[in-house]
Design a protein around this ligand. Structure first.
Ligand code: SF4
Length: 324
């Protein structure tokens, strides 16, 4: 895709288990097992799946907090996987993260003003103290906080305000891509909508691109242009938002959607639910063939023997299912 800001190709991340300096690992957790997708400039890609599906590890590989086992992560035309530490430093500035729990990532002994000024100083984005103070005020205003918030400490703010600080800190680096790792999961529902609206507003004003990671499809519905559904280290389905919600092709996506409540009680009472059998299997010993087959309500014999490739079933609509 020519206008892609980020291209992830055949990404694999395995974590060896056990073993020491002189002993071999006893197993391998296949956290990501051949994931490919791209994100266009200015787009939001929702990345959804249950806990342990590999979505957060995918985000961490893009942020280079984890080095992939294999595959490429091309950002603005540069494969980040091939860069050394010094080269990475420059690229990293352009890829920022917003965490689920900003409280644990904000230094409790620093004021909000100091927290926001620190990256400006460390990365030489604003060398002059006066310029930094001006930029901190600008950042606070951009995320809907008041100038006087710069004197407060993290514990003096509400959860929503702290997440606004987390967003401002990401913006301070003037990024092109922001990995939003479950940024609203820890917040009250009423605050969630405010933060999502703020992220959308910032995207249109600053031309930002988002990878928005979430564990259910209801959260990403509003904000995503396209959605990728992950299951046990692989992409099960990837399509435009409308296609994912209106015409899901993969049984796992259909099951996730059936768990999303519908506000209309009449429709809610009538619709059929797909309840998945059992738990997500361990990534230490994934099932043979289609990794979803032990839980799939429509599995056939072939499913336990053959891995279904991710195929473009309709233009722009990809699914990894033999029966799609
Ligand atoms: Fe279900 Fe088979 Fe499709 Fe996998 S390939 S999702 S087991 S029908």
């Amino acid at each position: 895709m020519s206008d892609a800001l980020l291209e992830v190709r055949d990404l694999v991340k395995h974590f060896p288990i056990g073993g020491g300096m002189f002993t071999k690992p006893v197993g391998v957790v296949r956290a990501i097992d051949g994931v490919s997708f791209s994100i266009r400039k200015g787009e939001t890609l929702g990345l959804v799946g249950e806990s342990g599906c590999g979505k957060t590890t995918t985000g961490r590989c893009i942020l280079q907090l984890e080095r992939p086992t294999s595959g490429s992560i091309v950002f603005e035309g540069i494969d980040m996987v091939t860069l050394d530490a010094a080269e990475l430093r420059a690229v990293r500035r352009r890829v920022q993260v917003i965490f689920q729990d900003p409280y644990s990532s904000l230094n409790p002994r620093m004021t909000i003003g100091q927290i926001l000024a620190e990256p400006l100083k460390v990365h030489g984005i604003r060398r002059d103290k006066g310029e930094r103070e001006l930029r901190v005020r600008e950042l606070l205003a951009q995320v809907g906080l008041l100038p006087q918030h710069d004197k407060r400490y993290p514990h003096q703010l509400s959860g929503g305000q702290r997440q606004r600080v987390g967003i401002a800190r990401a913006l301070a680096m003037e990024p092109a891509l922001i990995v939003c790792d479950e940024p609203v999961s820890a917040l009250d529902v009423s605050i969630q909508a405010q933060i999502i609206n703020l992220l959308e507003d910032l995207q249109s004003r600053l031309g930002l691109t988002y990878l928005f990671i979430a564990h259910d499809l209801s959260v990403v519905r509003h904000i995503s242009d396209r959605v990728a559904v992950m299951y046990l280290g692989k992409i099960a389905e990837l399509a435009d938002r409308k296609a994912i919600y209106d015409e899901p092709l993969h049984p796992y996506t259909r099951a996730l959607l059936s768990a999303v409540p519908i506000p209309d009680p009449k429709i809610e009472a009538k619709r059929e639910r797909t309840v998945l059998r059992g738990e997500v299997p361990s990534a230490l010993k994934p099932p043979s063939g289609c990794v979803f087959h032990p839980r799939c309500p429509i599995a056939v014999d072939r499913c336990s023997a053959e891995i279904p490739p991710l195929r473009e079933i309709r233009p722009g609509h990809w699914a990894a299912c033999h029966l799609a």
